[in-house]
Ligand binder design. Structure first.
Ligand SMILES: Cc1cc2nc3c(=O)[nH]c(=O)nc-3n(C[C@H](O)[C@H](O)[C@H](O)COP(=O)(O)O)c2cc1C
Length: 409
């Protein structure tokens, strides 16, 4: 006997009344707030950033050193892992705040120091520090920042501001900055040590990047379809540096003038003597150096290869975490940066043993996509992804994350 077609599967002429509930034409949302809301991931913000920023500043941010192998591997390391969730835990509420260097941070990440930030987008350091202040996370101003220590402190008076130092053997020059950072209320000094000389950032060479950006036929053409960037750039205060007086020249020359190839652990001892707050060393790349830095009295380490912008084929910070944690967990604050593009990346680093993480490009993409509101969006995306990943792992507090939650593939 032929099988019967159930009535629900029989074809019929559609009735107009059936269509009404399906028709949900919304007024298109315009404006930068709507555009930023449409970005669901940091990669989406990067796409917006690329469309809105002239090639030279975008590439300065997005690029890395030499063949950019370090950066690709660092991001790849976060992809080449598997989470191992626990089930049937009550994760209705989740708290991703942590205590870092003696104070609470609402999120397990803060903003890494970045130079030339007002070149990426005119609001630069002000956008970063104010967004961090509003979110309750630390913000780090770079020695090569394009706003002064005092102006950033005034812009985000209730924020937790840290200062990143490029140390010179010229102690008077270093001491002046250290004094200013202390007077402006910075509780943490982060000394970067992976910059004996400047890495070779080939995109900048190819783009002929200079500070300030030069108006050549090529850049004018490039600018013609990014008018907002140029309008902002030309109608705000010219770039000034946190620590240098006005400078003009190529980025590579400026960077080289900031780096001192003669530094040794003795200089770190001097710094430990003169700086009374938290001292953090950024750019640790081996377990031996991690131990040595702690022996020299630092309060924290940043496992970092400078976002792949210095030595190419450098060690990948995520891979260093388990060994550094085995040697030093509880004895110092272990932080990590390089390659973080999602909350899942942050959770993986914490589970493997990091106490805190820093984001560089992730916040700069937000900045270039939409100034202060774009940095807010970066923080919002990463916060939500962090909380959701923790809940799906069956964890509602950061201290309950452990290496069993991650398998490196
Ligand atoms: C555009 C740019 C500028 C940077 N400038 C500095 C700097 O002035 N001082 C410093 O210690 N690190 C600097 N860094 C490195 C960051 O602090 C951080 O280590 C790196 O961005 C982390 O990698 P991520 O961008 O993948 O998050 C810079 C990074 C970028 C992308």
């Amino acid at each position: 006997m032929p099988s019967q077609i159930p009535p629900a599967l029989k074809r019929r002429i559609p009735k107009v009344g059936d269509l009404a509930p399906l028709m949900q034409f919304r007024k298109p949302e315009l404006g930068s707030a709507a555009r930023l809301r449409r970005a669901s991931t940091i990669w989406d913000l990067r796409d917006q950033a690329k469309r809105r920023t002239p090639t030279a500043p975008f590439d300065y941010t997005d690029g890395a050193a030499e063949a950019e192998i370090t950066l690709r591997r660092a991001r790849g390391a976060f992809l080449d892992l598997e989470f191992r969730p626990g089930i049937l835990r009550n994760v209705e509420t989740v708290d991703s705040s942590v205590s870092v260097l003696g104070q609470q941070s609402s999120q397990p990440f803060g903003i890494a120091p970045t130079g030339f930030t007002r070149m990426m987008q005119s609001e630069g350091e002000y956008a970063g520090s104010q967004a961090a202040e509003a979110a309750g996370i630390p913000y780090t101003l770079s020695t090569m920042g394009t706003a002064s220590i005092e102006d950033v402190a005034a812009a985000a008076p209730n924020g937790r501001n840290w200062f990143q130092l490029y140390l010179w053997t010229d102690r008077d020059r270093s001491m002046e900055l250290i004094d200013r950072a202390a007077k402006a209320g910075n509780d943490t000094l982060m000394v970067t040590v992976d910059t004996a000389v400047a890495g070779s950032r080939l995109r900048d060479v190819r783009n002929g990047l200079t500070i300030p950006p030069a108006l050549t036929a090529k850049t004018v053409l490039d600018a013609s379809y990014r008018p907002a960037w140029w309008f902002n750039f030309l109608t705000h205060e010219p770039l000034a540096f946190a620590s240098l007086s006005r400078y003009s020249g190529t980025v590579a020359d400026l960077i080289n003038s900031m780096f001192d190839p003669t530094l040794t652990y003795e200089d770190l001892d001097w710094l430990r003597d003169v700086w009374k707050g938290n001292l953090v060393v950024k750019g640790i790349q081996t377990v031996d150096d991690a131990k040595k830095a702690v022996d020299h009295g630092v309060d924290g380490l940043v496992l970092s290869n400078h976002g792949g912008r210095q030595l190419d084929r450098a060690p990948i910070p995520l891979h260093l975490v388990p060994d550094v944690a085995a040697a030093l967990k509880g004895k110092t604050t272990i932080m990590l940066d390089t390659g973080i593009m999602s909350g899942g990346d942050i959770v993986a680093a914490l589970a493997l043993g990091a106490d805190f993480t820093l984001i560089g490009r992730a916040y700069l993409y937000g900045l270039m996509a939409g100034g202060r509101a774009g940095v807010d969006r970066t923080i919002e995306i990463l916060s939500k992804e962090t909380a959701r990943t923790m809940q799906l792992l069956g964890v509602n507090r950061v201290e309950d994350l452990n290496p069993d939650h991650v398998r490196l593939l």
